[in-house]
Design a protein around this ligand. Structure first.
Ligand SMILES: Nc1ncnc2c1ncn2[C@@H]1O[C@H](COP(=O)(O)OP(=O)(O)OP(=O)(O)O)[C@@H](O)[C@H]1O
Ligand SMILES: [Mg+2]
Length: 380
C-alpha cells in the first residue's frame, strides 16, 4: 500500500522515529496532502515550535484547534478540497480532563488537581507526555468531525517509551509495590510515613522520578487521591492500548539516512511488530540526492563559471573547490543510498520506502510542506 493510499484509507496516522529525523515535518506534510485530497484532517502535535505553526500559516500552535484557511492554500497555488486544522497537545490539560472524568466526586477531584505532586506528575513526569498523546488520540479519533487525525509524536529518548506508555501505566497501577505502598499508607496514616519514608521514596523512584523527603506529605495525599482514580484509569489505559492496534490506525516510521538513525528505525520496526501495531509506511527523510558529474571538459566548466560569476572572482580559482564540494556531496549520496538499500533489505513485508531529499532550506511554509508531501506520495 502506498503512503497515498494509507492517508486515504486510515483514520489515524502516527509518525514515529528517533529525535530530529523529521517526524513533525512529515506529519504536517501528510496532513496537508490529505486535506488537499479532500479529507477533513486534524494535525495533532506535541511540538510547540513556532516554525511548524508558521509553516502552516498560523502565528503559533495553540491547545485548541485552529483552522488553516483555504485562502492560504490558494496563496501558494494549492487547492484544498478538504479541510485542515492543527492543535497542540496539552499534556496537563488532557490529564486534568481524565481526573475530572474518573474522580468519584468533586472533592476528590479538587484534592488531586490541587496537589503539588500531581501537578508535577501531570506536566513533567517521564512517560506522562507519551501516555497523554495516546489518550488524546483515542479521544479525537472517535470525533466524527475528523476523517483523519495525524499525530506527531514527541522525541522520546527510547523510542519504545511511546508505544508502551499505556501498558506501563497499567503496570504501575497494578504493581505489587504500588499496592504495598497504598496499604502501608492507608493502614498507618501519615504518622507512619517517617518510618516508611525511605522505602516509599525508593519505590516512588520506580514509578516516577520523584525524590526528596520534603515531598512526602504531598506524595501521600497524591497517592491516596489517585487511588480513587485507579479503576477508571486502568480501564481507560486498556482501551487506549487496544485502540492503538486497530486496523484504522497506521504507524509511519520516519528516519534519516544516518546509520545510527537507520539502526534505530530497524529496532523500532521490530518493536512495532512485537506490539502488533501496524507499520504502514517508512519515510527516509533528508536524503542527499546524487548529483550527476558534469559531462563537459574542465575548461568548458571554467568558461561557464566565468560567464556566471562577476569578473572580480577568478573562476579558475573557484573551480577546484566546487569540484571538491561536488565530490563530497556525491559521497554523501552514495552512503545514503547504501543505507536505504540496507533498510529495504532488512525490513520484511515492506510496502516500499519513500525518500524525501534534503532541501537547501528548512521546510518553512505550506508550499514547502506540499513539496515534501509530493515526494511522500510519489507525485514529485
Ligand atoms: N527534507 C528536509 N530538508 C530540509 N530540512 C528538513 C527536511 N525535513 C525536516 N527538515 C528540517 O529539519 C528540522 C527537524 O525536523 P523536525 O522538527 O520535523 O524533526 P522531528 O523528528 O520532529 O524532531 P524532534 O524529534 O525534535 O521532534 C526542522 O528544522 C525541519 O525544517
Ligand atoms: Mg518533532
Amino acid at each position: 500500500m502506498s503512503l497515498r493510499d494509507v492517508l486515504g484509507s486510515h483514520r489515524v496516522v502516527v509518525t514515529v522515529g528517533s529525535g530530529g529525523v523529521g517526524k513533525t515535518t512529515t506529519a504536517a506534510a501528510m496532513a496537508v496532502h490529505a486535506a488537499m485530497q479532500g479529507r477533513k484532517v486534524l494535525c495533532l502535535t506535541i511540538d510547540p515550535a513556532r516554525r511548524l505553526a508558521n509553516s502552516l500559516g498560523l502565528d503559533e500552535m495553540t491547545t485548541s484547534e485552529q483552522d488553516v484557511p483555504e485562502s492560504l492554500f490558494a496563496k501558494h497555488g494549492l487547492e484544498c478540497k478538504g479541510a485542515l486544522s492543527a492543535m497542540m497537545l496539552d499534556t496537563k490539560r488532557t490529564f486534568d480532563a481524565l481526573v475530572d472524568k474518573y474522580a468519584s466526586d468533586e472533592e476528590a477531584r479538587d484534592r488531586i488537581l490541587g496537589n503539588q505532586i500531581y501537578q508535577y506528575v501531570a506536566s513533567s513526569l517521564a512517560g506522562t507526555q507519551e501516555y497523554m498523546a495516546m489518550e488524546k488520540l483515542h479521544e479525537v479519533r472517535q470525533d466524527p468531525k475528523w476523517d483523519l487525525v495525524v499525530l506527531d509524536t514527541p522525541p522520546t529518548a527510547s523510542a519504545i517509551d511511546f508505544l508502551t506508555a499505556p501498558e506501563r501505566l497499567i503496570d504501575a497501577i497494578d504493581s505489587p509495590a504500588m499496592r504495598w505502598f497504598l496499604q502501608v499508607f492507608e493502614g498507618a496514616g501519615k504518622e507512619a510515613f517517617g518510618l516508611v519514608g525511605r522505602g516509599a521514596t525508593v519505590l516512588l523512584k520506580g514509578i516516577g522520578r520523584i525524590t526528596g523527603l520534603a515531598f512526602l506529605e504531598q506524595v501521600a495525599e497524591f497517592v491516596s487521591g489517585i487511588n480513587d482514580l485507579f479503576g477508571g484509569f486502568k480501564e481507560r489505559a486498556e482501551q487506549v492500548s487496544d485502540a492503538l492496534r486497530s486496523p484504522e490506525v497506521a504507524f509511519v516510521l520516519v528516519t534519516s539516512p544516518d546509520p545510527l538513525a537507520i539502526g534505530e528505525a530497524r529496532f523500532f520496526s521490530d518493536k512495532l511488530e512485537e506490539a502488533r501495531m501496524n507499520r504502514r509506511g517508512v519515510i527516509v527523510n533528508q536524503v542527499h540526492p546524487l548529483i550527476e558529474e558534469p559531462s563537459v571538459p574542465v575548461d568548458q566548466q571554467v568558461d561557464a563559471l566565468r560567464a556566471a560569476l562577476p569578473s572580480s572572482i577568478d573562476a579558475a580559482d573557484i573551480h577546484p573547490r566546487l569540484t571538491e564540494a561536488l565530490h563530497a556531496e556525491r559521497t554523501w549520496a552514495v552512503a545514503d543510498a547504501a543505507q536505504v538499500k540496507l533498510l529495504t533489505e532488512q525490513l520484511e513485508n515492506d510496502a516500499g520506502i519513500v525518500e524525501v531529499p534534503a532541501f537547501d532550506e528548512d521546510v518553512h511554509d505550506l508550499a514547502a510542506l506540499a513539496k515534501v508531501a509530493a515526494h511522500l506520495t510519489d507525485a514529485a
